[in-house]
Design a protein around this ligand. Structure first.
Ligand SMILES: [Zn+2]
Length: 472
């Protein structure tokens, strides 16, 4: 069945009354009349082309294959425990309409009144006529299964390329495909938002916790505060980072007893939208990025830390030196002057790793970026906790902490983590995948490798979507 990919065509009738002018007409000069004639002729040609083949068609996404990025038919749920808003695919709820909060693991019934149709998008039907389609673009096309249904996918492979999937990442001709930051932000899946923590369940452990006994990190009204204890603030203690570390829970319902809700685990490639849908396996995801708001005061340093297997990559800011360092364990790899950071003034950071790229942004601007070599797999002794914030000496407030993960691409069957396109894409052909890799039917399943550019109806542009609801 291709229904899960289908998008319904619900064109809205456009009926807009134009206002009337009460001004009296002025006599036309010769030049002005010629301009009006010319513009009218151009207008007629454009209108005729638009009638034959519309510029832009509004449609609603109905299926689940792009979920995470574009939602199909779904239910909207406000978690009764942590109060975050999330969406769940309409047909992926449990037998009795129950869903599990992807943020805190709380299960609840979902009233039928909360059913919404999919996200509304526009299809630019002149796409590809004046320029070559681009990698990462979202496109609409008639399903290659001949059902006549329109589907939405993302362009991954370009003509002449051979695409493969390995451990969640995409490879082209054997080389790792790295997403631009803007594409990562568009595709990333929210794993946890610390502004929402369970308030109705019996006292549950915090998701961000100090690692060492006697940690100076304390939960605050908003987020966490680090203030060095005066009794350990001597010179000897000032070299030891005090780490605040993210702990992940099993926040999905499939086969997980409620009593194990707070069991610690690696971040997995489960998706709140998919809920109880059957899956071959869930995979540990190491492509994680934290974001949050930070205020520092005093002197000292703080670090943001992400694990790559047994290795730690740390972005470290020293004050008053005002230098950012990027370290791999004890080795300094990069140095850059601090920008966008002043004492006592909140600043936004993003830090983590995706597609083997270590990245730090401050107030949205990339400050540190390092591409590291691909590895075949994450070693078994990889730490469960992969993200930390460390401080020593200074005073630090951290709030609005969010953890997001990259999309984990899958093979269409066992072995789920390894897939190779059978051959290179022929000239003029593109390989298309859905962002919801566990559900999507796409180039991995279609008999021929890729689709021709001519079969693509147009580029998909967001119009109104459920992202204004999710995570609020
Ligand atoms: Zn919740």
């Amino acid at each position: 069945m291709f229904l899960d990919n289908a998008i319904g065509d619900h064109r809205d009738p456009t009926s807009r009354d134009e206002g009337c002018s009460r001004k009296l007409p002025r006599p036309l000069s010769g030049a002005r009349a010629r301009w009006i004639l010319l513009l009218s002729a151009v207008g007629l040609v454009v209108t005729r082309m638009a009638l034959v083949r519309g510029f832009i068609a509004p449609i609603y996404v109905a299926g689940a294959s792009m979920a995470g990025t574009l939602q199909g038919q779904h239910v909207r749920v406000e978690c009764e425990d942590c109060q975050i808003n999330y969406v769940s695919g309409l047909r992926f709820r449990g037998d009795h309409g129950e869903t599990t909060c992807p943020n805190c693991g709380f299960g609840q019934q979902t009233p039928a009144s909360r059913v919404y149709r999919g996200d509304r998008v526009l299809v630019d039907q002149w796409y590809g006529r004046w320029r070559q389609p681009s990698r990462w673009d979202l496109v609409a096309l008639p399903s290659p299964d001949g059902s006549g249904e329109m589907i939405v996918k993302r362009i991954i492979g370009m003509p002449g390329e051979q695409v493969s999937i390995q451990s969640g990442d995409l490879f082209v001709d054997g080389r790792l495909l790295r997403k631009p930051l803007s594409v990562f932000r568009d595709m990333m899946v929210l794993v946890h938002d610390d502004r929402f923590y369970p308030t109705t369940s019996a006292k549950l452990p915090r998701r961000w916790r100090g690692e060492r006994a006697g940690t100076a990190w304390r939960p605050a009204t908003q987020g966490y505060r680090f203030e060095e204890h005066t009794e350990v603030a001597g010179n000897s203690a000032r070299s030891i980072q005090d780490w605040l570390t993210y702990r992940h829970w099993l926040c999905f319902s499939k086969g997980v007893p409620r009593t194990q809700r707070t069991a610690e685990t690696s971040v997995l490639d489960s998706l709140g939208y998919n809920q109880d849908s059957p899956r071959g396996q869930l995979n540990a995801v190491s492509d994680l990025v934290l974001s949050g708001s930070i205020v520092i005061d005093g002197e000292g340093r703080f670090s943001l830390r992400v694990a790559d297997g047994p290795t730690w990559y740390m972005a470290e800011l020293s004050w008053p030196e005002r230098k950012w360092l990027l370290r791999r364990d004890d080795d300094v790899l990069l140095t850059v002057d601090s920008q966008g950071v002043s004492r006592g003034v909140p600043f936004l950071v993003e830090y983590g790793m995706f597609d083997r790229t270590i990245l730090l942004t401050v107030n949205g601007r990339v400050l540190l970026k390092l591409e590291v070599n691909p590895v075949s797999r994450v070693p078994d002794d990889a730490p469960t906790s992969r993200l930390s914030i460390g401080a020593v000496g200074l005073t630090m407030d951290v709030s609005s902490l969010r953890v997001a993960r990259d999309v984990y691409f899958l093979a269409p069957g066992p072995p789920w983590t390894q897939w190779n396109a059978p051959r290179r894409l022929p000239s003029g052909h593109f390989l298309l995948l859905g962002d919801n890799s566990a559900i999507s039917t796409d180039s991995r399943h279609w008999g021929s490798v890729g689709v021709t550019g001519n079969s693509i109806t147009g580029r998909v542009i967001r119009w109104s979507d459920s992202r204004s609801f999710v995570g609020k």
